[in-house]
Each structure stands twice: as C-alpha cells, then as structure tokens.
Design a protein around this ligand. Structure first.
Ligand code: OOB
Length: 970
C-alpha cells in the first residue's frame, strides 16, 4: 500500500499528516472540548501539536524512536499523540492505571526514548515512577510532564516545549505508526505494532460504517489509549469526519451525563460494566440525554438483558463492537434488525477480513458451531512487536491471528462470542493475563502455588479470583493484596477474591480444572455478602455557600443522631447515619454490626479483616479511636474504659463539600432525596451567626492539683523511668453548649491540620487538630507529623515573633521535639520499608490557633504485607499526646490522671476502600457526654519541666477552644 497524494477524505495518509489535513479541512471547527468546557479548534490543536513536535525535536527526539505515553483523557494526551506522529516518533500507548511492574516491562520491551506523564492524577506519583524508570532504562532520555509540578525534577513541561518546525518523516503505509497494548495471556506484556496504512483504514472505514459525520459529538469516556476509544471509530474516526470530541477523565454518571447534556453529545463508546452503571444511574441521574444518537458497547460480552435495558433507559440506538487491538473489528450495522443488535457482536468491518472458526486441531467446525476464532485481514497484525517466540503460538503458519475467543456464526454471518480459550480475565473490559497474576502470587512468601481465574461478577463482568495453596501456614488475603501492590502490580490486576485450596481439581487430562475452580469460587463467595456489594447512588449538587459554612448549616439541618464531619485540605466530608458499624471491645475483639466478629493477632489486623469483606462498594468509613485503644496495643491493664475503644461506621449517606459543589452518595433513594433537599435549603440560608460566647475561664480551677501531678511525673523522669509524658487536665463547662455553633465559631479562629464535628447519640465532640496521627494514601505512602515544642500565639506580631525565636532556640523544646521525631522514625520503620522512611520537613514552626509548635514530617512507604492499619497501630497514640517510651508514658498517664481520657488524645478518622486512611489527632477539642460538657488539654513534660510553665501551656492550649464556646439558646 502506498499513499496517493490525493486530497479526498478516503485517501490513506500517514498518521503524521492527518491532523494537518483535518486542520486544513475543518480549521475553525471545534476538535476537542474538556470537562471544564475549554475548547480547541482543529487549527489550534494542530498548532499546539506542531509546536510540541518542534520542541521535542529540539530536545533530541527523532523520527523512528519510541515514546511511551501514559496519560489520562486530557488535551495533553491528544497534543502529545499528534506531536509524536508529526515528528515520526512512535507512540507506545500505555494505560493510565498501569503501575510500576507493567511500565517497567513495557519499557524493557519498547526501549522508549521519551515518557509522557500527567502531573497530577489521583494518588499516583508518576514523576517518582519516571525517575525510577530513568534510573533503570538507559535509553530513556526525556520525561515530559503535562502540567506544572512544583518539583519537576528533570522532567520537561509539555506546555512549555516548543521549537521551529521539525522535518517531516518519510513514512510508508507499511511502517509502524504506533504500538498498542495487548491484553496478553503470558506473564510478560506484548505490544501490537499498527502501521500507518492499517490504522488509517481502521478508523476511517469504521467511521464510515458507523455513520460518523461532521455534526457529531463523540464522548471519550474510556481511556483514549485503548483501540476502541482511539480508533474504532472513536476519536480518530470523529476527527476524520470533522466532528467534535468531548474528553473526560471521569466515567461516573454524575459527571459524564451532565457533560452529555451540556455538549449535546451524539456518540459514546462504553464497556458493559460501565453501561450497567449508567443504566442504574438513570434511576436518579436525570440529565437530558436526548442528543444521543448511538451508544456503542464493546470490549467484553454484553448480555442481551443489559442490551435491552440500555435501549430502554438511554433511549437511543445501540451498536455492539467486538474488536481487538490486534486488528479485527466487528460491528453490528446501524440498520440491522433489533434482534441482531441485541444478540450478536456483529460482522467484520472489511470484506477482506478472513474468519476461520476451528477446533482444537485447527480444523474448521461445521457452520453454526462454536470454534476458536482465527483471523487474518488488511488491518490485523501478523506478529507482535519483538516477540518471535510468542508469535509462533499466537499466529498460524499462514498468518492467522489466534484470538483465543470462542465464537459461532449465525446464518447472516454475524459473530456471537461464546467464551474464550485464552487464559485471560476480562475485568471491566480490561484484559488481564491469568499467568501474570499467577506469577506475581507465586513469588510471594507463604505461597506454594497459585492459580487465577475469571469469575462471573455482577459488577465487574468478571472478577479475579486467586486460588492459593499455602506453604504450611494460613494465608492472609489482605496481606497478599498489599504485597502484590507493593511489588508494583497494577491495582486492577490484584485479585478481588482470594481462596485457599488444599488440592487442585483436575481434568481427565490431569490438568488443573479451571472451570471447576470458577464454580468453587462462586460457591465460596455466595453466602458471603461481598459478592453483592451495596452501591451508593451518587449525585453532584452545585452550591453557592462557602464549603465550611455549608458543612455547618448541613450539620444543623440534617438533625441526624449520628454523623461525622471531617475537614481535610479544603474538603468537608460528612458521613451521616450508620449502615454498618465496626467496633473494638475493651478485650480487643472486633465486632461488626452484622454479627460477625474477629479476634486477630492485633486489633488492627482484626479491623482490617472486618473491612476486607464489607458488603459495600467504594465505601468510606468514618470513625474515632479513644486514647485507651492504645492499652490494647501495649498490653496495659485497662480499668478506666469499658469500651468500645474504637468505632467506625459505614454511613448510609455521605456528602463531600468543596467550593462550588456538594457530592452526594446515598444507599437509598429516600436518603438521597432528603440530602438534596437539605442542601438546597441550607444553601439558601444566610451563613450561621455567632452570638456572644459564654466567656469560659480556663484558669478557674485545678491549678494546684495539676501542678502536683507535673511535679510527680517530673520526679519519675528525673529518676529516668521514662523521658517524656503528656499529662492533661479536664475543665468542665458549667453550661449546656451548642456544639455546632461553638465548632463554627472556634474553627474561624483556628488554623488546624484537620477539623471535625461529630455526634454519636449522647456523645458529641468537635475540635481543631493541630496534626495528623497518620495519613496513608492508596499507593501506600505513609505520613506522620510529630509536633512537639509549644509557645503561645498572642495576636501581637512582635510578641509572637519573639516567642517564635524563643521556641526555635530553647534547648528543652528542641530536645523534646527531636526525641519525638526519633520515635516517629522508629515507629514508621516498623510499618514501612526501612529505606523509604525519611524526615522531609524538620522543625518548621506551625501556627495552630492560639499556639505555635515545632513540627516535622516523617514519610515512608508501607512494607510488604503491611496495611494502613499496621501503620495506624504503630503510630497510635500520637507521641505528641502520650510520651516516650510509649508504654512507660501510658502507664504514667493512668497512674497520674486516673480516669478515662476517651476521645481526648485519640483520633477521628476516615478510611477508604482503596486502602487509604487519614487519622486526625484529637486535641484542641470540646466534648459532651449526656449532660456533661468539658474541655481538656495537656502539656509535654520532660525532666526539666516546671509545674508553673506547664500549667501555663495547658491554659494557652485551652485558649484555642475556650473563648469560642456558645451556650444552647434557651
Ligand atoms: C477490545 O480490544 P482488546 O485488545 O482490549 O481486547 C480484545 C478481546 C477480544 O479478543 C475479546 O476477548 C474481548 O476482548 N472482546 C469482546 C468484545 N469485544 C472485545 N468479547 C465479547 N464481546 C465483545 N463485544 O476490547 C476492543 C478493541 C476495539 C474495539 C472494541 C473492543
């Protein structure tokens, strides 16, 4: 095939020329729109790509070199993609959710000279990964980041890269244009070399078949790096016709559907699990979808029932797409009878596509029977990239690709996909090699052998179930999952279900009977609530109020008996009511409100197990741990707290409030309606008003007694029984407090790391956490923040500056801080990979309401087998609120204070189903239990402490809360 220089639409062009041609044909038309509504014309897109191509050329990238792209669906993706093609470099299309193992293996295979990554995408640090890759892959010269990271290391910024026009590459139709990712059936990944000629045909012929036209608007909601979204007919098919592509990084109904309404989207491509979510989402999502003209579904088997529901709920025609990155594309035709569209996966795109359906001996099966699909054709590859050995088994001698799919053909030539023989799991349309999961599992300590199978799943299409033969001892599914992630296995490949098995079931041929394993997996899961998780309905409501004010108004409005409001990084998350509770008793038993209980090696391990099979999808737990939870960890007799020591709840509904919008999630329709109504009502109200505070005197009582306690503890420390202890005192508030109003007033005068307001029946509390106990993100990055060393903040700049200088140079304060950091490093090292633990901010001064502190950050990455709860147990209670060494300090606290601390110096926390955990230290707080209202504060004592100064310090701390108390209006 060559490229005739004819300028009509159907003439094949090298891909590097396509955008220039489209800009010429459709210049001012809108090519791209993103979620925010920003628009790019064809000319603007072409100019950006041209400029970037010049910049890349100037930076040394050349035609014929490989460039890996791992980008979400943003403008940057398309600019980079077209710039690479224009330059003649070959894009290697990695997926944004791939993690270290995949990226590393793909780099080893493709040996790219450049790597394109996003700046800020969820919780994953692409820059750090890129840096590690650069250390490992010599040929990787350029890292290009889309965005403006604060610390960009050696990366180039995509938006800044420009240079004079680069030379045009001289490509022929048979030259490789790009490499696509193969789902794979082996432990190592495979890449698919698509040529300029075949890929041009792929999208242009598809666009024609699917009736794409200049007035269409295509929503790119699945990853654009996937062949379905990119070119079947997808984004490239849309551009070929002069249409508009709307690009989004979120596939959830509450974001995608309003986008369909806003942009009058006409075409969208979905995988079946997403289609299912959209159908369900329509129960509460009521955006106007009347612009839709075609919904395409492909990538995995679409059940006829779901196909019908889609037609009903979305109210537009459906098209099934059965395709593969290797080439062959089958489509149902727009004018096919409804039964064909519902029950078949269509027929090949090209009359030149050859299809053979064969048995195990490669003999053609009789017409109408099911056989393995072999295919050869004008746009199907004849071999994988740099994989000579694999190619001998994936292709027949005469060049047919062995798809591994089991297919039959109906009387009209339409294919029906019945199953597959390839050992691949199709989870949400993502293809996962069973062998790869098995290899990763087998490498783990304690695993004798492992087999992975795909099990039919209502939510995912298929879930990954791993059967493990353990080496002697029991296996812990949570630890296995954590260990796989820690080894860099991409999250979507981590098994959803893990089962132990004593003996493998075998087939007549003495092979492991995987079908039987699927049955066993289904049986074991049934009866377990995990197989039918409850799903939150979601809705996004625009709001005018400031997030903080909205949160306070809602706390009032909802009048719930149980809620937790948790402020973090400008977001107020409010968990309301309780669908399921997990509580830790005083004897360490973990109980769940559905009757299950756990007695594990530690309470943390028990909590982990109780959370592991929660019957909720995508949950966030809200809870609190009382100080006495630490007695369990340190084996100290607990005579003061009857339990529960820790309580977490999966809320029935939840609101996350940010500037401009409230995201609602609720388990049932009524709650959703109630929340929406409450938000509307609250949004219309004026900000809460603060009356006159009650004028609480924090010095009124307890001075003598507190100073005696300090003197006693100081004597013990001088006798070297321990190095540091925090002793506290409670101050009762004589009037009934309005907790919500007091939280509101207090928060306005504090600058906390976190804040919270919670109610659990008769128990209520709010506070302004000066620090976190621990934060763990979904990738296992752990942070703790020891604060120690305090001076007042008086409001007078001069005095505060003087106190700050004093704080920074006072030997006692510095010593107190340094030993706290040392302990934090030790504790982090017990949960994290030792070499990952670092102190990344040392002894900065943080202002927290009425006081200033010396603060440091200690960071690390979870060790193999450790989870967020391991880290929690090691770091709780915060050293800031207990002492050093912890056990001796805890014993000193019981001896001296002699009564329950409860939530004071414990924590309020949120935990997410992806493994993240955020626990805020409870200090600078107010509490209510029934009729009693009180404040509590302490001071860090060391051998040099004086009772007078420490008393003073408690008064300074109480001043963060005391002056803002509001009494209940009569
Ligand atoms: C698409 O491409 P890949 O490479 O991610 O996956 C190909 C495999 C097929 O061999 C088949 O096993 C499965 O995915 N598959 C389907 C299907 N479409 C793909 N199985 C049942 N029904 C369908 N409709 O998935 C892909 C590439 C281009 C367009 C559409 C899908």
């Amino acid at each position: 095939m060559s490229f005739p220089h004819v300028q009509n639409r159907s003439a094949s062009l090298p891909l590097g020329h396509c955008l220039t041609q489209w800009a010429r044909d459709h210049g001012a038309r809108v090519a791209l729109v993103d979620e925010s509504g920003e628009r790019l014309s064809y000319s603007a897109l072409q100019e950006r790509a041209e400029r970037l191509a010049g910049g890349l050329y100037a930076a040394g990238l050349r035609s014929g070199e490989y460039a890996m792209m791992q980008m979400p669906n943003t403008f940057g993706f398309f600019v980079a993609f077209f710039a690479l093609l224009r330059l003649g470099a070959i894009p290697v299309m990695a997926m944004p959710n791939q993690r270290e193992q995949d990226v590393d293996a793909l780099m080893a295979l493709a040996r790219p000279a450049a790597y394109f990554i996003p700046d800020d995408a969820g919780n994953h640090d692409y820059l750090a990964l890129a840096e590690r890759m650069r250390g490992r892959h010599e040929g990787l010269r350029l890292v290009v980041v889309d965005g403006a990271p604060e610390d960009r290391r050696d990366a180039l910024i995509l938006g800044n890269l420009q240079g004079p026009a680069c030379p045009w590459p001289g490509h022929g139709a048979r030259d490789t244009a790009l490499l696509l990712l193969s789902g794979g059936t082996t432990g190592t990944p495979k890449l698919i070399p698509r040529t300029h000629g075949d890929y041009f045909y792929n999208f242009s012929a598809s666009a024609e078949l699917c009736g794409f036209s200049a007035d269409m608007v295509f929503l790119a909601v699945l990853p654009a790096a996937h062949n379905f979204t990119l070119a079947s007919p997808g984004v490239l098919g849309t551009f070929q016709c002069g249409g508009t592509v709307v690009t989004t990084t979120s596939a959830s109904c509450d974001e995608a559907m309003p986008l369909i309404e806003r942009e009058r989207v006409t075409h969208v491509a979905l995988v079946p699990p997403l289609a299912k979510l959209w159908v369900e989402g329509r129960e509460w999502e009521d955006s106007d979808l009347s612009s839709l003209k075609l919904v395409q579904v492909g990538g995995a088997r679409l059940e006829a029932g779901l196909a019908r529901q889609l037609l009903d709920t979305l109210g537009c025609p459906l098209q099934q797409v059965f395709g593969m990155a290797e080439g062959l594309l089958c489509y149902t035709r727009l004018d096919d009878p409804l039964e064909t569209i519902i029950h078949t996966q269509g027929r090949p795109l090209s009359p030149e596509d050859e299809i053979r359906l064969v048995d195990e001996e490669d003999r053609e099966v009789p017409e109408g029977q099911t056989g393995q699909l072999l295919t050869r054709g004008p746009y199907t590859i004849r071999g994988y990239f740099r994989a000579p050995v694999q190619n001998t088994s994936s292709f027949t001698e005469d060049g047919f690709y062995r798809s591994g799919d089991l297919v039959r053909r109906d009387g009209n030539g339409n294919l029906v996909v019945e199953g597959r023989i390839k050992e691949q799991i199709n989870r949400c349309g993502e293809k996962i090699s069973a062998a790869e999961v098995e290899e990763a599992l087998s490498a783990l300590h304690g695993v004798h052998a492992a087999v992975a199978v795909g099990v039919p799943d209502a939510l995912l299409g298929e879930r990954i179930c791993a059967f493990i033969k353990p080496e002697g001892q029991e296996i812990d599914p949570v630890a296995i999952k954590a260990a796989l992630r820690e080894r860099g296995l991409s999250g979507y490949k981590v098994p959803d279900q893990i089962e132990t098995i004593a003996e493998w079931p075998l087939t007549a041929a003495r092979k492991i009977d995987k079908r039987r394993l699927v049955t066993i997996a289904t049986q074991r899961a049934s009866g377990e609530p995990a197989s039918t998780p409850l799903r939150y309905r979601r809705e996004s409501v625009p709001i005018q109020s400031e997030p903080f004010e909205m949160a306070v108004k809602l706390a009032r409005h909802l009048e719930a008996d149980r809620y937790v409001l948790y402020e973090r990084h400008g977001e107020w998350a409010l968990g309301v009511d309780c669908a399921m509770e997990i509580a830790v008793d005083a004897d360490g038993t973990v109980r769940r409100s559905d009757g299950k209980s756990w007695r594990a090696a530690s309470p943390g391990a028990g909590i982990e197990q109780a959370l592991a099979d929660l019957p909720f999808e995508d949950w966030r737990a809200y809870g609190r741990a009382d100080f006495e939870f630490a007695y369990l960890t340190y084996g100290i007799e607990n005579t003061v707290h009857p339990g529960p020591l820790l309580k977490i709840a999966i809320p029935r509904s939840e609101i996350r409030i940010r500037q401009g919008a409230a995201q609602l999630r609720a388990l049932d329709v009524e709650d959703m309606a109630r929340l929406t109504e409450a938000i509307h009502a609250a949004d219309g109200e004026a900000p809460p008003r603060c009356g006159t505070p009650t004028g609480m005197d924090v010095r009124s009582s307890g001075c003598g007694q507190y100073q005696r306690l300090v003197a006693s503890a100081v004597a013990e420390m001088q006798a070297r029984l321990y190095q540091k202890v925090i002793l506290s005192r409670a101050v009762d508030v004589p009037v009934a407090m309005d907790m919500v109003a007091s939280y509101y007033a207090g928060r306005r005068s504090n600058t906390p790391a976190r804040s919270f307001l919670l109610k659990d029946g008769e128990f209520q509390a709010y506070g302004f956490s000066p620090e976190i106990v621990v934060a763990v993100d979904a990738d296992g990055n752990v942070t703790t923040q020891p604060l120690a060393g305090t001076r007042a903040l008086t409001g007078s700049r001069e005095t505060d500056q003087r106190l700050r200088r004093e704080l920074e140079s006072d030997v006692k304060e510095i010593a107190e801080h340094a030993v706290s950091v040392k302990l934090a490093v030790q504790e982090m090292s017990a949960a994290c990979r030792v070499e990952s633990v670092t102190v990344d901010e040392f002894m900065t001064v943080l202002e927290r309401g009425s006081v200033q502190h010396l603060a440091s950050h200690v960071k690390g990455v979870l060790a193999a087998g450790a989870s967020a709860w391991t880290a929690f147990e090691k770091l709780f209670p915060a050293v800031t609120a207990s002492g050093i060494p912890k056990k001796e300090a805890l014993e000193s606290i019981v001896r001296h204070e002699g009564r329950k601390r409860g939530l004071y110096s414990g924590c309020v926390l949120i935990a997410d189903s992806d493994g993240a955990l955020d626990a805020a230290l409870v200090l600078r707080s107010a509490y209510r239990d029934g009729e009693r209202y009180w404040l509590q504060a302490g001071a860090g004592l060391v051998p040099h402490s004086t009772p007078e100064r420490e008393w003073e310090e408690t008064c300074e701390k109480l001043t963060s809360v005391g002056p803002y108390l509001h009494a209940v209006a009569d």
